[in-house]
Design a protein around this ligand. Sequence first.
Ligand code: GDP
Ligand code: MG
Length: 314
Amino acid sequence: MSLKEQIPKDYRSGFVALIGRPNVGKSTLVNQLVGEKVAITSPVAQTTRIRLRAIVTTSKAQLIMVDTPGIHKPHHLLGERLVKSARSTIGEVDVVLLLLDGSQLPGKGDNYIINLLKQQKLPVVVVLNKWDLVGNEQSQKREKLYRDFLRQSSWPVFRCSALKGDGCLDLPKVLTEYLPLGPQLYPPELRSDQPEKILLAELIREQVLLHTREEVPHSVAVSIDRVEEIPSKKKKPNSKNHTALLATILVERKSQKGILIGKAGSMLKTIGKEARFQIQALIDGPVYLELFVKVVPDWRSKPARLAELGYEEN
Ligand code: GDP
Ligand code: MG
């Protein structure tokens, strides 16, 4: 019997938007729920640029999670597109998962998002994330504070740690209640709708962000120039093919290129090595990775360049 035939009549499927200020842990939560790394995360705000759909399939429902770039005040063309994309996502989903940083007190940024959501009249489930950072003695008081903060709404509130996994596993079940009846929209083994090339580029960009911090972050993009599978030379029947990757890291200034390459190429080597580990885990096989760094002044303000890198207007 195929999987399709086993699907019960009361099966549900639909879209969940993950909404929250930059850095609250949206991408971390997506990875936790999906069970593998499909979204990149980092301590640098505005890490997420592409609109990623992560797919969570359970025996009762299929949830398509839309990880949106954080809602914030736009600064330049790229920022504007990110915000537009987050705002249009809210209009297309069945339920919103509003993620707040429970380890901090609620603030103006949260208010902005909450008001935006109230205008939409969509069901909202609130998750207070980073609860691992809230001390036991603080826990009750902090939760009450957030409940008071949200009191004009009837939204249910949950606590979790996306990083550690505590409290996250109930969320698919909670969210399922808000989805319409419907069949699986994607094959159950699929975890993400992004073409592999974009995921690969994102894994490399993640390592750039993790290793360079303040100096480079927002002006970096990665393009995957070539992906090639090289058949394994080993005679063993199940030895895996190698994947050879050629990628270019784009930066805006010459000084940033210098930082990325590092002393005698040491920085690029580190980024390449760590990215390779991540990619090997994603594609489950050995990887060769060759990285180049290229200066493209002001790429963020050039529409053609943005489209080429996958940040499409929508
Ligand atoms: P996003 O911008 O909302 O997608 O946030 P990310 O998922 O990229 O996370 C931002 C940072 O917060 C990263 O350094 C994460 O490791 C960290 N983070 C996310 N969730 C948790 C959590 O539950 N606990 C702690 N301590 N850190 C977290
Ligand atoms: Mg993110």
